[in-house]
Design a protein around this ligand. Sequence first.
Ligand code: SF4
Length: 117
Amino acid sequence: MTSAFTCQRCGNCCRRSGEVRLSDDEPATLAQFLDLPVATFTGKFTRLREDRQGLALTERPDGACVFLEESPVTCRVQLAKPRQCRDFPFTWHYDDLERVCPASRDDASHRAAAGPP
Ligand code: SF4
């Protein structure tokens, strides 16, 4: 029997190294949420994507998302977080998702497609 996916807010997916890619409108959305000018936000919290086709969020020195807070574990931009984060693990996920994400072990709704968007 399966149950609905319920995030356990462990932060493991946010600690996983990899790009959080931003769509063209997301820097302005995030800047507004943080009450920052867009240029300040992009300079402080974004970098060029590896494919040089747009922006991605920067990471902490340990590879975790720059917006992950640890005590308690929470996303600093939860209410405005990028689509890539909102879509995880439903439209994309890591190949070893069930090792990383405790919530996925009891739920089958994430098993649509593996790999980042
Ligand atoms: S790894 Fe899974 S349970 Fe943990 S925060 Fe991410 S989505 Fe939620």
